[in-house]
Design a protein around this ligand. Structure first.
Ligand code: HEC
Length: 438
């Protein structure tokens, strides 16, 4: 059947040369699992396009409606939470895939002559992917989005001479608001996708013209040659399947975060950026006062210029890692810095409020008894019962204790279960409720 369809099409479209061009590209040194990351990255890009298109059916890029439209997608739209989860975790997946892809290219010296152009386009794609992450982060228009973007834009403002103008262009006005949201939306859903798509085509075109680099052992590369189909295609497909399964599992089990709606007058909110910006965010914490500009301007520019220039900085013959000690050392140093700062940041974030032990026990109890199965605190949990984000402002200790002891005695037709807590537990849980204030 398939054969007959193919023959029918082939007679009309002359598929032979297409088949050769697509599937018979020789891979020096043969197929390998180490080459899967480029395909995984491309797959994630398509996944983001597809899930993004579905999200745009319901999303509304206005300051009044953005947040509620995300809430609606998450809570009411059929499969909405799953699609949003795929988009949220897919972004992280894409970052990981790009990181591993670049690491492989770096380790194999595959950026060296004659593949400089391939590398340069790749670096541009990396920067555009980061821009995707940054612009997408604002779209839910919650507190996290608002204040993290504020921090990012302020950093741009530290650029000498052009900083102010640039900030005005990015923000679209005097302050972060409706104009910013629409331009981030346009950037995220129109400008960047087309730009990235075009550059991906260029990236693949160059790859096809110069051919893949293959192993660093030139002799092995010349001796063994295997076409792209079927072995490498199969490896890529398996890898993509595994990557998708991981992201789908995450999307089903860990919902994409949504904090309170953006509130420009509540600057008590401490924003935390997405994990792939965390190491940098941590680094900035150590560079204060006159050194701030080192972190916000000097280091990023040096880093990006260094990446672009890499093929010209590392021009000695041979791609073996042992014969490129300087470059390998620089790469290892960079990774060490990234993971150290990432670790420090995680440590700080998780050990944040070590306040009152009773409050912490109450918080643990809240999780243990699965109160989030009905209640929501700062966007986390279900919305069946009253939102408890600021319950400390409206209820006092006495009311809470009476209510926990016997909800129906306080609110006659309450659906809230009675937990039969002892005095200590009642007190811990109440103390936790009382710190939930504006
Ligand atoms: C089965 C769903 C359900 C679960 C589980 C649940 N609650 Fe409730 N809760 C409700 C409902 C419904 C109300 C509103 C009626 C009322 O006030 O009793 C409520 C009200 C409350 C209120 C009062 C809010 C206000 O300001 O009126 C507090 C505080 C509260 N719950 C805390 C908790 C805590 C803590 C837990 C976990 C130990 C919990 N709830 C578990 C359904 C639930």
């Amino acid at each position: 059947m398939g054969r007959r369809i193919y023959r029918w099409l082939d007679e009309r479209l002359n598929l032979g040369p297409v088949k050769i061009a697509l599937l018979e590209e020789p891979i020096p040194g043969g197929a390998s699992w180490i080459y899967i990351f480029g395909s995984i990255t491309l797959f994630f890009f398509f996944l983001q396009m597809l899930t993004g298109m579905f999200l745009s059916i319901y999303y509304s890029p206005s300051t009044e409606h953005a947040y509620v439209s995300i809430q609606y997608i998450t809570n009411d739209v059929e499969f909405g939470s799953f699609i949003r989860g795929l988009h949220h975790w897919g972004a992280s997946g894409m970052m990981v895939a790009i990181g591993l892809h670049m690491l492989q290219v770096f380790l194999y010296g595959a950026y060296k002559k004659p593949r400089e152009l391939l590398w340069v386009v790749g670096v541009v794609l990396l920067i555009l992917t980061l821009a995707f992450g940054f612009s997408g982060y604002l779209l839910p228009w919650d507190q996290r989005a608002y204040w993290a973007t504020q921090v990012g834009i302020n950093m741009v403002g530290t650029l000498p001479v052009i900083g102010d103008v640039l900030v005005r262009i990015i923000r679209g006005g005097q302050s972060l608001g409706a104009m910013t949201l629409t331009r981030f939306f346009a950037l995220h859903t129109l400008f960047l996708p087309w730009l990235v798509m075009g550059l991906v085509v260029v990236h693949l075109f160059i790859l096809r013209r110069v051919g893949p680099a293959g192993p660093w052992d030139e002799e092995q590369a010349a001796r063994i040659r295997e076409p792209f189909w079927p072995k490498q295609v199969t490896m890529d497909a398996v890898a993509i399947g595994v990557a998708f399964a991981l992201i789908a599992t995450l999307a089903l089990s860990v919902p994409a975060p949504l904090s309170d709606p953006a509130n420009p007058s509540d600057n008590t909110f401490t924003p935390v950026p997405e994990w792939y910006f965390l190491f940098y965010y941590q680094l900035l914490k150590y560079l204060e006062g006159p050194f701030e500009i080192v972190g916000t301007v000097v280091l990023p520019i040096l880093f990006i210029l260094g990446l672009f220039a890499l093929p010209w900085l590392d021009r000695r013959q041979g791609r073996r890692p042992v014969s490129r000690p300087m470059v390998m050392g620089a790469g290892a140093g960079f990774l060490l810095v990234v993971f150290t700062f990432l670790g420090l940041s995680f440590y700080e974030v998780t050990s944040l409020p070590t306040s009152d032990p009773s409050v912490l026990r109450g918080k643990a109890l809240y999780q243990e008894l699965d109160c989030a199965g009905c209640h929501r605190i700062h966007g986390e949990g279900e919305a069946f019962a009253p939102d408890l984000s600021y319950v400390g402002d409206v209820r006092d200790r006495d009311w809470l204790i009476r209510h926990f002891r016997d909800p129906q005695a306080v609110v006659p037709d309450s659906d809230m279960p009675e937990y039969g807590l002892n005095e200590d537990e009642l007190s811990d849980l109440t103390n936790y409720m009382l710190v939930l204030k504006k």
